[in-house]
Design a protein around this ligand. Sequence first.
Ligand code: FES
Length: 117
Amino acid sequence: MVNWLKICDLSALPEDSSRGFCISTSAGLADIFLVRKSGEVRGYLNQCPHTGGPLDWVPDQFLDLDRRLIQCATHDALFRIDDGVCVAGPCAGQSLVAIDLKQEGNDVCMRDVVSEK
Ligand code: FES
């Protein structure tokens, strides 16, 4: 059985914004972030493929100045919002780890990581 965990209300994530969350899952705490762009919500682990460290050094700031790409604050790697692929920087070609999301009404939820067993 799939277990879905509520992350936040959709209304708490305005268009062109990003926000970080620490979610309690069956496998422990998950440090994740969400981005809302063109009406779509994407979610990734807050873990840069370059060093494994977090992408933000200011809370909830995961986007570049134009709000078109995800930006790592440590060495400025840039990632596409749609699929998390790094398009510039020291980890070019690598990807962020995507979170499986679904919306239920105003709720944004993530799949519990070990709920598929
Ligand atoms: S830690 Fe993200 S680019 Fe180096």
